[in-house]
Design a protein around this ligand. Structure first.
Ligand code: ZN
Length: 198
């Protein structure tokens, strides 16, 4: 009987884990087997609601929300994209989506020339990648105002040279600090949730 109960509990746990995994994959926010949200954390929907209140600017000059495409859950090799790509001609200005401090400026193989910006509360990170170049004078530690220039659209890193774009991601900073990829939040859902026209 004890063994039977253990078996049933194990199956229930297995089912619960599968349901949780399904829910998170459907919400489009996992690049690895996802961790359970901490107690009291309403998950990605709460992040999207919170970020929508801030009315973030679209980071590529001249692009409107209605022009955005959702590629958050698209496959990129073995991983999910967990970001959106905003297509624009090379050299188009890229601007801060809201106020916040420059956390990191570096080049990596996939993202090319990148910039990480903290939001004003320190609870989210905005990631801008494939830049052609940085805005002159930009430095780590500097505080950006919404709309301040970050750089220009390019194809640095692994972006095709024929298709320059801004790869833009939002990460939630979880308790204990942020380590890539943390908890990505779909920028498309922030700008287009409910698909209200803008
Ligand atoms: Zn991308």
């Amino acid at each position: 009987m004890a063994a039977l109960n253990r078996g049933a509990r194990g199956r229930r746990r297995g089912l619960a884990a599968l349901l949780a995994l399904g829910a998170v994959v459907l919400a489009g926010c996992a690049s690895k087997p996802p961790a359970e949200p901490p107690a009291g954390d309403a998950g990605p929907a709460a992040d999207i609601a919170e970020l929508r209140l801030r009315d973030l600017s679209i980071p590529v000059e001249g692009v409107r929300a209605a022009q955005l495409r959702d590629s958050f859950t698209a496959r990129r090799g073995p991983r999910l994209h967990l970001a959106i790509d905003i297509m624009a001609p090379r050299g188009t200005p890229v601007r801060a989506v809201e106020d916040g401090r420059v956390l990191r400026m570096n080049a990596n193989r996939a993202g090319g020339i990148t910039l990480y910006q903290a939001d004003p509360s320190g609870r989210y990170i905005y990631y801008y990648a494939h830049l052609d170049r940085y805005a002159p004078g930009l430095a780590v530690g500097q505080t950006l105002a919404r709309g301040d220039p970050i750089g220009t659209v390019g194809s640095s890193g692994n972006a095709p040279a024929s298709a320059p774009h801004l790869h833009f991601a939002i990460y939630r900073v979880d308790p204990g600090g942020w380590r890539w990829p943390g908890t990505p939040v779909n920028p498309y859902a922030v700008w287009r949730a409910g698909d209200d026209p803008r």
